[in-house]
Design a protein. Structure first.
Length: 130
């Protein structure tokens, strides 16, 4: 559930401070995202986060969450190899390192998805096959 809530906060951020999303996509992904598309991206990411939180369509949603977060971690490779800003002459920003254990959590969640039985998927299956 915590990984879904984690992702939900990023989805909701796109509604609260959309200009940050435009800047992040340009800086880290090299994509000029139009400000008018930010709410759509936020809605899709939030829907994915809710599906992960409740355990709906686990193979697909857990996998998408993993891929989405992996892309985010990989795009911040400069901050990961220089967390204190020593090489770049920038300011310390070691919070990017927190993305690595979160990525490990997504990997574990995906690999153990069949054992994740406190989910909407498992409940729906039980209702169909009492």
């Amino acid at each position: 559930m915590s990984l879904g809530v984690f992702l939900l906060l990023w989805g909701l951020e796109k509604f609260v401070i959309p200009t940050t999303t435009v800047r992040i996509w340009d800086t880290f992904y090299g994509v000029g995202l139009a400000a008018s598309l930010v709410p759509l991206v936020g809605a899709v990411e939030s829907a994915l986060a809710v599906a992960i939180t409740v355990g709906l369509w686990r193979r697909v949603t857990y996998g998408l969450g993993l891929v989405l977060h992996a892309a985010s971690v990989l795009s911040s490779w400069r901050q990961l190899i220089d967390p204190w800003g020593l090489r770049s002459g920038g300011s310390p920003n070691h919070l990017f390192l927190a993305g690595i254990p979160v990525l490990a959590g997504f990997v574990a969640l995906y690999l153990l998805r069949a054992r994740d039985t406190w989910t909407l998927d498992a409940w729906l299956l039980q209702q169909r096959n009492p």
